[in-house]
Design a protein around this ligand. Structure first.
Ligand SMILES: Cc1ncc(COP(=O)(O)O)c(C=O)c1O
Length: 445
């Protein structure tokens, strides 16, 4: 007789379409039914405890169901679920905006809330391009980094510098100027804040390209420190500093996409701070609500608001329905408070523990050809050692091998990465190291 879990999986297979999932892979890797979560652990319907080593697509910065985030959600549910944000306001939105602005410093004066990371990127790009048009400059192109990832709506996708995401829509995407980016195969947390990356030939080429095309570029969008979906490429803070300073000197507004790397992930509240630059717009998402609810935000420098005053046609037309949802914003206020308390020694200790774990895996596995870390992001580049999967799909096989060992990993091709909650308890870290070594050995030798 079929169990409840089998029944659920069969009904899922009949009714649902999952993101980032190829139908033909579902036989080998069906979705795992989850009934609960706590801290870094997912509770499977089968009774298994699975370590969420990628924080459910980089969202649950404090682990799942953090009591303070949950309490804030419960309190908010009791008073106000939602109200449209045009013509209305509420305390959670005001408190979260004030908290974000205080954390980000005087370079920012206003917050526009959005629903997803992609939505935040659309907001930032549209604001920059409309700002430019209203200033009479009319620069309509966007510049972005090679291998970058900014989301999958058509505007954000146009700024993605990786064929994996663009290929099926390439003919529909507006033309972007892609800048070469250095890629430091080996990188340590202590390299943050140094000039690493600035001396790379890609840096000189990026600066030259920007200069050449400055007259047509209305915005440059960058992922500070780590290009996460771009196989966790780390470009060095010196590179970022030089490109951002050059763009701003050319009058090009810079959008920092910190949807993945912001809010403590690199060991500081915001990743751009490692480069000592201040972008003109700052996009946040994923962990903004503590990872519990969809919420994103764009922080903007003061010049934007003034440029949108005047005739009604100068207003910004972007109005997604759930903008500034009060429950998500209340979760965000609680999460930001937690981050402010934990940044510094507690989170640094978690980052140091991950560095030791990284070293243990790199030493144990000959298939690891390079490893790198920035904050609580760790990546291993892999090459087959004694074995290679016949179908060549290293990432898929590693995912299955890790899941069989009770750990959720989703390698990006032949780069395996960890992006867990910012602080992992020792039993979780031990499981992470053992399962990673076991999975790499099983698949690659
Ligand atoms: C850097 C970056 N920007 C944008 C996005 C898109 O965010 P969302 O999936 O919430 O639309 C992501 C998602 O992974 C991301 O990593």
């Amino acid at each position: 007789m079929a169990t409840d879990v089998d029944d659920l999986i069969a009904r899922d297979a009949a009714a649902l379409w999952h993101p980032a999932t190829h139908f033909d892979d579902l036989d080998a890797l069906p979705p795992v039914a989850i009934v609960g979560a706590e801290g870094p652990w997912l509770h499977a319907a089968s009774g298994a405890r699975i370590l969420d080593a990628i924080a459910s697509w980089w969202t649950s910065v404090h682990g799942h169901r953090h009591p303070r985030v949950m309490a804030a959600i419960h309190r908010q549910v009791d008073t106000l679920d939602h109200v449209m944000f045009a013509g209305f306001t509420h305390a959670p939105a005001v408190l979260l905006a004030e908290g974000l602005l205080a954390a980000a410093g005087p370079g920012f004066s206003r917050v526009f809330f959005a629903d997803s990371g992609s939505d935040a990127i659309e907001v930032a790009l549209k604001l920059c391009l409309q700002y430019d048009a209203q200033a009479g400059a009319g620069r309509r192109r966007v510049a972005a980094f090679d291998h970058g990832y900014h989301g999958e709506t058509l505007g954000a996708l146009a700024a993605c510098g990786s064929p994996t995401y663009r290929a099926a829509f390439a003919d529909l995407l507006t033309e972007t100027l892609f800048l070469p980016t250095p890629s430091l195969a080996e990188h340590r947390q202590h390299d943050l804040g140094s000039a690493a990356g600035a001396e790379d030939p890609a840096c000189a080429a990026a600066l030259e390209l920007l200069g050449e095309h400055a007259g047509s570029i209305g915005a440059l969008v960058v992922e500070p420190v780590v290009q996460c979906a771009g196989q966790m490429r780390m470009h060095g803070t010196g590179f970022l500093r030089r490109v951002v300073e050059h763009a701003q000197a050319l009058g090009i507004p810079v959008i920092a996409d910190e949807i993945a790397v912001g809010l403590g992930r690199t060991g500081r509240m915001f990743a751009h701070a490692w480069s000592g630059v201040v972008p003109d717009a700052l996009c946040l998402g994923k962990g903004l609500s503590g990872g519990a609810l969809p919420l994103s935000a764009v922080l903007l420098s003061p010049r934007f608001a003034t440029a949108f005053r005047g005739a009604p046609s100068r207003a910004f037309a972007h109005s997604h329905t759930f903008c500034a949802n009060p429950i998500a914003a209340a979760a965000g206020v609680a999460s930001l408070g937690l981050l402010a308390e934990r940044l510094g020694a507690p989170i640094d200790a978690g980052i140091a523990a991950l560095d030791r774990a990284r070293d243990a895996v790199a030493r144990a596995c000959p298939a690891v050809v390079a490893s790198r870390q920035a904050g609580a992001i760790v990546a291993f580049d892999l090459r087959p050692h004694r074995r290679r999967p016949a179908d060549g799909r290293i990432g898929l096989h590693l995912r299955a091998a890790a899941m069989a060992r009770g750990v959720l990993l989703r390698p990006l091709g032949d780069t395996l990465y960890w992006m867990p909650p910012l602080e992992l308890p020792p039993d979780a870290l031990d499981r992470l190291v053992d399962a990673t070594i076991g999975a790499i050995e099983e698949v690659l030798g």
